[in-house]
Design a protein around this ligand. Structure first.
Ligand code: 6MZ
Length: 364
C-alpha cells in the first residue's frame, strides 16, 4: 500500500467540529477552477495503469513510451507532490495522466469519475458542490482528434442538468497560435468553443492555463476577443509566479477577462485594476501552498480581496496532486489559525455566494 502524506486542508478538515463540518458541506457553492486531468481519482488511474502496455501509440511528444516503472513513479509523484517540488516541476507530472488517458473509453471513464467526485452525493454527505465549471485542454491522442476529445468530455458534462455542470475549454500557454501539425492550436480551440456554443452545447467559457512562464501572451488578443464576442466567459491564469512580468499581467488584464485564476503576484497597478473592474478571482489555497507560490496560509492574497469586499471563488485546482476537495478548501477558510484562516461563518457564506454569482452561466 502506498502511503501519502496528509495535506494542510485535511488537517483543517479534521479540526472542525461536527456542526461546522455539516454547515460547510451543506453550504451552496460553486467549483469554478478545476482542471479535469488534475482531478482524476487515483483509484481510476491505478486501474488504467494495470492494463497499460507501453506502445509507440502511447508516447507523448515523440518521446519513447513510458515504461511500467515510469508510470508507477509518475503516480507516486502525483500522490506525493510535496517538498521536493514546486510550480516549475508541476507540469511534467501530467505526462503519466496523459499517457494513461489516451482512448475515448478512458477519457469518458475519467471524466465521469471527476464529475461524480464533485456532483454526486456520497452516502450521508451532500455533493461537494452545487455547480461545477470543469475545464480541460483539448488534446489529440493517437486514437482521438482534439474535436473528439472535446465531444467525449462534453457529452459526459451534458449528462448533468445545466444548473449543475458546464465545460470551459483551456488554452495552454504552450499552444501555438495558428499552425501546428501535431497539436491543437489556440485558433482551433477558440473556434471549437465558439462553434459549440453557437450550437447550444454546454461550453460556457475559455481559460488560459499551463506552465506560467511559457508562450507569448501578446498573440492572444484577437482570439480572446473572438471568444468574448461569442458570449463566452473568459478566465485567465495570471501572475502565478514572481517571474511573470507585470507587463504581461497588464496585457492579459487589458483583454477584459471576467475572472482570473490565482492572481498571486499582482503589482499595485494590476491590483487596482482588478478591484476597480470587479474581476472575480479564483483562489486555490492548497495549490498555492504546495506549489510554494504562497509561503503560509496567513500570507495568502485572499486577505487582500476579503478586506476590499472583492468577489473571490475558493476552488481546488487539481484535487489529485494537491490532495484536497472543495469541502477541505472551505475548511481552510473556517478552521482556526494556524490550521485555517479562522474566518467567520458569515465571511465563508459570502465567499460561497460569490462563487455562485461568478459562474459563467450567469453571463448567458
Ligand atoms: C496552470 C494548470 C494548473 O487541461 O489536461 N493546469 N495550469 N496552473 C496550475 N496550477 C498550479 N493546474 C493544472 O488539466 C491539466 C492541465 O491543466 C493545467 C496544465 O496545463 C495541466 O497540464 P487538463 O484537463
Amino acid at each position: 500500500m502506498t502511503m501519502t502524506s496528509s495535506s494542510n486542508s485535511s488537517a483543517a478538515l479534521a479540526a472542525l467540529s461536527p456542526s461546522q463540518l455539516s454547515w460547510i458541506k451543506n453550504l451552496p457553492k460553486a467549483e469554478l477552477h478545476a482542471h479535469l486531468n488534475g482531478c482524476v481519482p487515483i483509484s481510476v488511474l491505478r486501474e488504467f495503469a494495470q492494463s497499460y502496455q507501453p506502445h509507440p501509440s502511447t508516447s507523448l511528444n515523440s518521446k519513447p513510451p513510458l515504461s511500467h516503472q515510469d508510470i508507477a513513479a509518475g503516480l507516486y509523484t502525483l500522490e506525493n507532490f510535496d517538498k521536493s517540488q514546486d510550480i516549475h516541476s508541476f507540469f511534467s507530472a501530467f505526462e503519466t495522466v496523459y499517457t494513461l488517458i489516451s482512448t475515448r473509453e478512458a477519457l469518458a471513464t475519467a471524466t465521469r469519475a471527476v464529475l461524480a467526485q464533485f456532483l454526486e452525493s456520497n452516502t450521508a454527505d451532500p455533493p461537494e458542490c452545487t455547480y461545477l465549471e470543469l475545464r480541460t485542454t483539448p488534446r489529440p491522442t493517437s486514437t482521438l482528434s482534439a474535436m473528439e476529445y472535446i465531444h467525449t468530455v462534453l457529452s459526459e458534462v451534458e449528462k448533468y442538468p445545466p444548473n449543475r455542470a458546464a465545460l470551459i475549454l483551456s488554452l495552454d500557454r504552450r499552444m501555438s497560435v495558428d499552425s501546428d501539425q501535431t497539436a491543437v492550436t489556440v485558433e482551433e480551440t477558440i473556434d471549437a468553443a465558439v462553434q459549440l456554443k453557437k450550437q447550444g452545447r454546454r461550453i460556457v467559457g475559455v481559460d488560459l492555463c499551463g506552465d506560467p512562464l511559457a508562450g507569448d501572451m501578446s498573440l492572444l488578443e484577437p482570439y480572446i476577443a473572438k471568444a468574448k464576442a461569442a458570449g463566452l466567459g473568459i478566465t485567465l491564469h495570471v501572475a502565478e509566479t514572481p517571474k511573470n512580468p507585470p507587463e504581461e499581467t497588464l496585457q492579459l488584464l487589458s483583454y477584459g477577462p471576467h475572472r482570473l485564476g490565482h492572481a498571486t503576484f499582482l503589482d499595485e497597478e494590476a491590483k487596482e485594476k482588478v478591484v476597480k473592474e470587479r474581476i472575480a478571482v479564483e483562489l486555490c489555497l492548497s495549490s498555492n501552498l504546495l506549489c510554494k507560490t504562497v509561503p503560509t496560509l496567513s500570507a495568502h492574497h485572499i486577505a487582500f480581496y476579503l478586506e476590499r469586499n472583492h468577489s473571490v471563488a475558493v476552488c481546488t485546482d487539481d484535487t489529485l496532486p494537491f490532495r484536497t476537495s472543495l469541502t477541505a478548501e472551505y475548511a481552510l477558510l473556517l478552521a482556526s489559525p494556524p490550521l485555517g484562516l479562522g474566518l467567520s461563518e458569515a465571511q465563508v457564506a459570502k465567499i460561497a455566494k460569490g462563487s455562485m454569482d461568478a459562474a459563467f452561466t450567469v453571463l448567458n
